[in-house]
Design a protein around this ligand. Sequence first.
Ligand code: SAM
Length: 318
Amino acid sequence: MNIYNSDCITDNNLIDKSIDLMICDPPFGIGENDFDKYYKRSNRTVTTKYEQAPDNYEEWTYNWLSIAKNKLKDNGTIYVISGWSNLREVLNAIHKCDLYMVNHNIWKFNFGVYTKKRYVTSHYHVLMLTKGEKVKYTFNQYCRYGPQEKNETGGSSAYKDMEDVFIINRDMRQEKEGVIKNNNKLASELIDKLILYSSNKDDQVCDFFMGSFTTAYSSIKLGRKISGFEINKELYDFNMKKLKELKFGYGLDSLKKVDIKKPKNQGKKITEEEKTNIKNDYDKLLSEGKLKKNISSILQEKYGRGPFSIKNILDSLK
Ligand SMILES: C[S@@+](CC[C@H](N)C(=O)[O-])C[C@H]1O[C@@H](n2cnc3c(N)ncnc32)[C@H](O)[C@@H]1O
């Protein structure tokens, strides 16, 4: 565990090309210290000092992001979390760093800032980046749901989970008196999800802006090594003490067991005849009044294909 109470830009402790997965949630450059008056949460649990970003947000973002890129292995992944106000500056910095955007995800959360004359902001951007388009990065498609698993409405759980809008609640219930955190704590479930999809056990995860150490807690729980920085001494001391009490990988046994049994024809070439049969069956089932999600399940079963290939075949025939 190499976590430092220092500035991620000037601290030179991390080794180049040593990180498999970066999760970086910097200050958004929106004067966060004034936000307490808008939040309807108890201040008992909120740290008073917040290290905001300097005024030159784009240049500052470029500075830390280029260092993050250097610390990343060639096949690693970086997630950058951003609000919308300075998204343009973040995207410019990503472009200048020559990082490739694999996904522009949205985290939709359940608690926004109270407003009267505009819509309530209830999302962050979760930008998934690699060192290039051809990079063979880690992506564990069935880390949370198996290929055959269905959700309560009969659709594919894996497909739903891989949609680029993540609807995940904040960790509100964990607010206890005496807990030191900042106003911007990310949801543990969000970070668990990013770690499970984009890293493997014993991989090296890094967070340049630890804040309330959400990435660190998830990493230790899921058996990933953790390194990074937090400039705020109060947050650093409080969380380092708690972190050291945790057993590496303590949460792995309680992870949901995923049945990764694949459909029997997955990987086999799809013939034109099979495509036509699937389309004909689809049209027939639709005319009989069956719901689309149920039709997909029937076709998966009949043709031994997964939800993604059935969807792709039908899309290609539209
Ligand atoms: C948005 S918060 C991170 C929240 C974190 N993801 C969590 O879930 O708790 C940003 C954090 O970055 C820290 N910070 C700001 N500038 C920094 C810098 N140059 N180096 C290291 N940490 C910094 C702030 O003190 C703050 O705690």
